[in-house]
Ligand binder design. Structure first.
Ligand code: SAM
Length: 278
């Protein structure tokens, strides 16, 4: 296996800094640096791009991003135990790498960066989906980022890329595909991680579209879709009843039969429905 940098192997780093994985922080580390470099390549040419890496842990993906030539990497890590390991990477790349310690749900890293900006992360499931929704639903578009390269449980990745009519189709698919191109770029078995999680994982690559596929206000589309899929087996005239007293008329004017169920309705029609609520 070829070396991607001159730093010690990740197993040694983890042992030396006693980074036993903590379940509460969703810590399943990638130890194969060739694999982390491969994930970094999914993000594309980063030589003219600043990268936000969320949850670097002992730094496997960080080292992949730096080895693949990212202009700058700014990492946000919640676990202070990881800082000494990340400082070693910082010493090897003083001009290209820095770390902020804290919760990515609370830190705004933008002041430290110059566009274009890409985001790369291997995060616990709940933090990852919450951040994804935030990154996809700012009021203004295009957003501050140009691409997202994110590791999820495979089932979540399938929900992000799902088509109408499938069981996985829902809020994540609609919000992701409305303003971005999303595809699964790589699937990984549990053994790729230490400790291995219970499920398979997948890397999703999303590229921000210059403008949304169909016009709609983000907060209205979010509201409609959350309500529609909250009771996904119900007909839309029932699940969306609380949205407006004349919801049946609005559904019809958006080209949706009130007796349809949310999982049959394409993105374009959900956007049309959100526009009737403006
Ligand atoms: N990137 C490393 C890798 O691929 O081996 C670690 C991935 S591990 C699945 C998730 C990392 O996210 C852990 O290092 C954990 O401490 C960190 N983390 C968890 N919640 C976080 C949060 N809210 N903000 C920032 N980092 C977080």
């Amino acid at each position: 296996m070829s070396q991607i940098d001159d730093l010690p192997p990740l197993r040694d780093v983890i042992a030396r800094h006693q980074l036993s994985a903590r379940k509460a922080l969703g810590q399943n580390f990638l130890l194969d640096l060739n694999l982390t470099a491969r994930i970094a390549r999914i993000a594309g040419d980063l030589s003219q791009t600043d990268v936000i890496e969320v949850g670097p842990g002992p730094g496997g993906l960080t080292r992949g991003l730096l080895a693949e030539g990212a202009r700058r990497v700014l990492a946000i890590e919640k676990d202070p135990r990881c800082l000494p390991a990340l400082t070693e990477i910082q010493q090897a790349h003083p001009d290209r790498f820095s770390v902020l310690q804290g919760d990515a749900l609370e830190i705004d890293p933008l002041a430290h960066l110059t566009p274009p900006i890409a985001i790369c992360a291997n995060l616990p499931y709940n933090v990852g989906t919450e951040l994804l929704i935030r990154w996809l639903t700012p009021d203004e578009w295009p957003p501050f980022w140009s691409s997202l390269t994110l590791m999820f449980q495979k089932e979540v990745a399938q929900r992000i890329t799902a088509e109408p009519g499938s069981k996985a189709y829902g809020r994540l698919a609609i919000l992701s595909q409305w303003r971005a191109e999303a595809h699964i770029a790589l699937t990984l078995p549990p053994e790729a991680f230490s400790p291995p999680p219970k499920v398979h994982s997948a890397v999703v690559h999303l590229t921000a579209l210059p403008q949304p596929r169909f016009p709609a206000k983000a907060h209205l589309l979010e509201r409609v879709v959350a309500k529609a899929f909250n009771q996904r087996r119900k007909m839309l005239r029932a699940s969306l009843k609380g949205l407006a007293p004349d919801i049946e008329d609005r559904l019809l004017s958006a080209g949706i039969q009130p007796t349809e169920r949310a999982e049959q309705v394409p993105l374009e029609a959900f956007c049309a429905l959100a526009r009737t609520l403006e």
